[in-house]
Design a protein around this ligand. Sequence first.
Ligand SMILES: *Cc1c(COP(=O)(O)O)cnc(C)c1O
Length: 354
Amino acid sequence: MIEAMDISITKTARSKLQDLELDNIPFGKYFTDHMLEADYKNGEWQNIQIKPYQPLLFEPSLSALHYGQAIFEGMKAYKDNNGDTFLFRPYDNFHRFNISAARMNMPEISEEIFIEGLRQLLKMDKSWIPPMRDHSLYIRPLMFATDTALGVKPSDTYKFMIILSPTGPYYAEPMKIAVEEKYTRAAPGGVGFAKNAGNYGGSMLAATVAREEGYDQVLWTDAFEHKWLQEVGMMNVFFVINGIVITPTLDDGCILAGVTRSSAITLLKEMGLVVEERKIHIDELLEAYKRGLLEETFGTGTAATIALICELKYKDHIMRFSLDRWKIAPALRKSITDIREGTRDDKYGWMVKV
Ligand SMILES: *Cc1c(COP(=O)(O)O)cnc(C)c1O
C-alpha cells in the first residue's frame, strides 16, 4: 500500500448529503461531495487532487469529443454492519481499465492513483454509502483525451477521474431481449473487449429500435452472420441447457470480460455445475428451446448483478420462460449477495476493505 502518494486535498465547505434522501434515489443521478482528478502530461501522471465535485472547463477542440479516446469503469462500494467500507474485486476493475487504455492507445494508470486514490476518496465520502440493504455507492473511474487540437492522432495529454454516485437497489425486472440481426457492436480486431465510450454510443440506436418493439435490450451477435451470441447491453449472458451452463467465450475479443461474469463462473462451478465458455449459435438455442432443454437464461453485470431474461426473440421465434421454476440463477444471485453482505465465507478474497 502506498501512503506517500502526493494527493492535494480540498474539502467541500458544505456537504450536499443533508439535501438528499439516500433511501430513494435513481441510478447515477446524484454525486458525492468530492471527486478525484489527475492529469497526464509530459509522459507522466501528475497533479493528483481530490476536490469538491464540480464542472470541468474545456475548449471545444477537446480531443476526446472528436476522436473518442475515452474509457471508463464501473464498480461498487458497500458498507457492512460495523460501518466498514468494502469494494468487490477492485483490482479486477483496475486491470481491466488498463486493458481498455492500452487498446485505445492511452496511457496506463498506476495502482497508486486508481486504488489508493479511490481509497482516499472513499474515506472522505464514506457517509454517502447508503447503509441500507442492497444499496451501494457506484464508482465511476474514467479517462479521456485532453489535447486541444484537431489533428487526428493519439492525444499527448489525458485526464483521469473518479466520481461517486449513491445508488439504491436495482430491482431488475426480468428482461425481454431481442437478438440483434442488423447492427453490430463488436468484430474481431475491434474494441469490443474495451470499456470505451464509443461502444456505448454505437449501441444506442439498436437498443432504441428494440425498445420501440417492446424489448428492453438487444442480445448482440457476431458481425458476419449475426448468429453467434455475444452479450447484452452492459451485461454478459448465460444459458442453462439441459443442466449445463454455457456463456460465450471471450476468445475473439468481442465481449467485455465482466467481473460479475468471472465471479458467476467460479460460483457456478462451486455449486457443482459444468460451465462451458464457448461459442454458442442461435440455432443451438432455438433447438434446445424447442426440445424443452433451455432451462434458464440470465445476464450478469455490476449494476443488476444477476438479471433474469424472461423472453428472447429471434426473427419470428419467441422464446418465453417461466421463471418461477428456475434454480440456478436465483441461487447464484444469493451466493453473490451473501458474499457481499458478509453472511457467506469470502473464500476467494473478493471483498477488499477500504
Ligand atoms: C461493464 C460491462 C459488462 C459487465 O461487466 P461487470 O464487470 O460484470 O460489471 C458487460 N458487458 C459490457 C459491454 C460492459 O460494458
